[in-house]
Design a protein around this ligand. Structure first.
Ligand code: HEM
Ligand code: HEM
Ligand code: SF4
Ligand code: SF4
Length: 387
């Protein structure tokens, strides 16, 4: 089969017209933009839009996740509110993005958790903290022991290693399964076309550099007004790469433990410790920066209804990083057991809510970027129709 020849779809998914309020609004503004095209060079959304004449539900879902909410097209638009056309692309896309997370969630019944993401997150945090405090009291044979330096001076004196693995491994595996199945449904609806390695390389590069938070000209995005700023992209890089470094630290420590028989705690100049410390500082600073910028954003640029989800996720990331760093500094002190419960409770709440909160944005955006890179390499359906 030639690389340009479309593969037969495994399962034909019926095309559904844009029908919800959020889908219809994306379809409406895209029709106007398709006639105007002033913002064509801003990001990947506009070239993808020009390949279509109408916007069915799956097209709208794809474009909503491709938009990086940089705000540039709102500040450039001559039809933006208060104009009677009231074109607000970032807000329409943000509203529909929230709906897609919920629609594609797995299992479908839990998709509703997105609509109350702030409450879901607060509940998960309270339950996880209570779980570790209760486990700590039980392990130590009484609450008073949680206020003393543990035996052996380290965290395995509070919780044995196998207990932590048996609690975290299934919750993390569930989060990966739920996110994976959700994004698979999104992918099937998006009908991506033939895959290619250079499309995958291009999409990964765009995700890792956050190209589309550059506002089209690389000067940055619009945050609270029409001035360009690169701070949102910088803060996201600190958050993303900090998170990845902490995650890598946990993976290397697991490898040391099981592969090399070398249990924690590790010296300051070891790989897990260096990755964890640098990553933790980066994650704490990055999430604090994203929180500050989020509070200053212009209300028209996003969907205010998603604020509890956005700020809850940012706050939880900050709590995980700062409690980990405080824990590291508390070795051999009476503060260690309670800080350990706080850190583990925060990490457990984060893992449990990964597939039902803001974390989903990364996974769906990567899928949308990949589709955009694949689509770009195919002849336009509109051009084929003209020929
Ligand atoms: C992706 C999620 C996680 C993040 C972002 C995170 C973050 C951090 C940070 C920044 C530190 C301080 C730096 C260091 O000592 O390496 C730390 C320490 C620690 N974390 Fe986490 N952590 C995560 C997951 C976990 C998990 C799953 C566990 C246990 C099952 C855990 C247990 C610990 C312990 C015991 C320490 C103290 C290590 C020491 O002082 O040597 N963390 N964490
Ligand atoms: C490679 C995958 C990722 C991509 C392409 C991506 C992209 C983006 C974009 C474009 C935004 C701004 C628009 C919005 O609020 O949705 C954003 C926001 C955010 N991202 Fe990511 N992201 C990725 C992964 C991650 C990861 C792994 C984390 C942290 C664990 C993270 C943390 C955040 C936070 C906290 C915000 C909220 C900022 C706000 O509300 O203003 N992202 N991401
Ligand atoms: S956002 Fe406004 S200026 Fe930009 S293409 Fe659409 S209608 Fe035109
Ligand atoms: S990424 Fe920026 S320019 Fe592109 S559609 Fe979204 S808000 Fe507009």
């Amino acid at each position: 089969m030639s690389p340009l020849e479309p593969r037969p779809p495994r399962r034909v998914i019926p095309i559904r017209a844009a029908s919800t309020t959020a889908e219809s609004e994306v379809a409406r503004v895209m029709q106007i933009c398709n006639a105007c095209r002033y913002c064509e060079g801003f990001c990947a959304v506009f070239p993808a839009m020009t390949r279509r004449l109408s916007f069915a539900a799956a097209d709208a879902h794809y474009l909503a996740n491709l938009c990086h909410n940089c705000g540039a097209c709102l500040h450039a638009c001559q039809y933006a509110p208060p104009h009677e056309f009231s074109v607000n692309v970032p807000q329409a896309m943000a509203r529909l993005r929230g709906q897609t997370y919920s629609d594609y969630a797995w299992p479908p019944a839990l998709g509703r958790l997105y609509q109350r993401s702030g409450l879901t997150l607060a509940t998960a945090l309270a339950v996880s903290l209570a779980l570790f405090l209760a486990l700590g009291v039980w392990q130590q044979g009484g609450g008073a022991a949680l206020l003393q330096a543990p035996s052996g001076g380290n965290f395995y004196g509070v919780f044995p290693h196998h207990l932590l693995v048996s609690l975290f491994a299934p919750v993390f595996a569930w989060a990966c399964l739920a996110l994976g199945l959700g994004v698979r449904r999104f992918w099937r609806h998006a009908e991506p076309g033939p895959h290619s390695l250079d499309a995958a390389v291009e999409a990964s590069g765009q995700a890792l550099r956050l190209t589309h938070l550059g506002g089209g000209h690389g000067e940055g995005c619009n945050n609270e007004d029409d001035a360009f700023s690169l701070w949102r992209r910088r803060a996201h890089h600190a958050t993303f790469y900090g998170f990845m470094a902490c995650f890598a630290a946990t993976c290397v420590a697991t490898l040391y433990h099981y592969g090399l028989g070398w249990p924690a705690p590790y010296p300051l100049l070891s790989v897990p410790k260096l990755l964890g410390t640098v990553g933790g500082i980066s994650l704490a600073l990055g999430s604090a920066g994203l929180g500050w910028l989020h509070l200053r954003r212009h209300p028209l640029q996003g969907d205010r209804a998603q604020r509890p989800m956005d700020l809850g996720f940012i706050g939880l990331l900050f709590l995980v990083a700062s409690s980990g760093l405080a824990l590291m500094l508390s070795h051999g002190t009476a503060a260690l057991p309670l800080l350990l419960c706080l850190h583990l409770g925060a990490v457990m709440a984060l893992f449990a809510t990964l597939p039902y909160g803001k974390f989903a944005h990364g996974v769906y955006r990567v899928a949308a970027l990949l589709k955009s890179s694949i689509e770009k390499r195919q002849p336009s359906r509109l051009k084929l129709a003209d020929d």
